[in-house]
Design a protein around this ligand. Sequence first.
Ligand code: HEC
Length: 132
Amino acid sequence: MIKAAAIPVVLGLALLAPAVGGAAPAEPRQTFIDNCSACHQPEGAGIQGIFPALASNPFVKGDPTELTRTILAGRNGMPSFKNDLADEQLAAIVSHIRMSWGNGAAPVTPEFIDDVRKKTNNQLGQNPSNAN
Ligand code: HEC
């Protein structure tokens, strides 16, 4: 009797399980993998002499405004992301690289990204790496 009574409980849990793992709007690690890891590698190790490591990188851990501005505008061999990614996606990526791999820096919000966009809008178009 006890065993028979347990069956509906187990089935009920199995049905609930997929809902618990539902995808967030901008999953941080996956958004980073999709947009950045081809160059910077999935664990942020970079490729020596070509793509800088983001792990244990003082620039990544430092001023989040400068970091965000660099990702929006691009720099030298790195593309600009200001037209390709939404604030939610950029916040997920910036937070991911600041909090992962022992970097231990604070995350940022989509509102913060929007703020940096507005503050630096005039400069973004003037980055020489975006001129061509
Ligand atoms: C096509 C390759 C490529 C992609 C894709 C790319 N980057 Fe870069 N990234 C570079 C290169 C090359 C540099 C070095 C630029 C330089 O020397 O000024 C760089 C520099 C950086 C820096 C500055 C590092 C430092 O120490 O100054 C950060 C931060 C960064 N990338 C983050 C990202 C993030 C986040 C993404 C995804 C949204 C991304 N990159 C996508 C190639 C890439």
